[in-house]
Design a protein around this ligand. Sequence first.
Ligand code: AMP
Length: 393
Amino acid sequence: MSTVLVLNSGSSSLKYQLVNPASGEALAVGLVEKIGEPVGVLTHEVGDDETTRELPIPDHGEALRLVLGLFDEVGPSLDEAGIVAVGHRVVHGGTAYSHPTVVDDDVEAGIAALAPLAPLHNPANATGIKVARELLDVPHVAVFDTAFFATLPEAAYTYAIDAAVAKAHQIRRYGFHGTSHEYVSQRVSEVLGRQDLRQIVLHLGNGASASAVASGVAVDTSMGLTPLEGLVMGTRSGDLDPAIVFHLRRVAGLDVDEIDNLLNKQSGLKGIAGRNDMREVRSAADDGDPAALLALAVYRHRLVKYVGAYAAVLGGLDVLTFTAGVGENSAPLRQEVVDALGFLGLAVDPEKNAVRSKEPRVISPDGHEGPLVMVVPTNEELAIARLSVAAIS
Ligand code: AMP
């Protein structure tokens, strides 16, 4: 057996999974939270067994040392599991990194240098890589959330602003959730046995994004320079008139950090309905809460607009796929969105739509002649593990 340790380092957290890329099995799953706070929390799960530790965890180096200690203590042993690589989720690859990349000192510095494009994420990702390279003597591979969108045509990635300003500050559409969009669109092709498909993938989690994929190549996506653009999300606004930012500054008197916080953390479902969790919004809407009903209506309206726009970009549509927490689990949302898109020939079978499963599946009626609707559970950790193995082979 060979396995990959997949690491996702946040500013105060470290998520990990030990994955068998061949079988897709996760041998261990864990999370270190509250790094740098007075008391940190480490949770390590192996099958149904969960080990929890609460203690001060000053930095990411100490977090990873504790995690490795738990692998030794409660297993599985990394040596016996045949660890061949560490795969690191890195949010921003800029224009420099368009493929999974084996990390050396230059790549590590390159990722840190992209901090201006992803100030919250890349410094943490770079720290995670640094400490992991010190502690684990196997190849390390950086897998970039932007990479799948390196193929976007110039017309799709260019913002219509002063070209010199855009160039000087690397302002363009990069796109995010790329590992998920790539994995899901490939699974669709595998399941249907066809590569030449015009696909739209809706990744609807707490963050949400849409992509248009033609024959396996990404041609448009809704997130932009940052993950703020596009769909309505749990706490992010998605698309808005950029002049709202000036208005908030000049008329409402907010400073830039306050506006950043408002649009990224206090908007989206949370902004409209006071809750960012779709289950809570749905249940409040079912109870007739007007704000929750409005939040759902705005969320759906944006989705319908994007699917229509991307069907136009693709010159037609063969498959619409739902993935991530909301996309995989909310049958009512899928039904409502597809009902609004009936003019494109889309339809769902209510019984198939109601099935809960971890398997990819078509939810259009049997024998349906129009474009298909699918649900494909995403698995970014498995995708990172497989991309890491491919990068070192
Ligand atoms: P993710 O970021 O992919 O983990 O997705 C998180 C989102 O999925 C949250 O907004 C959850 O409310 C939502 N979610 C999870 N399960 C369900 C469900 N059964 N129905 C609706 N939304 C769900």
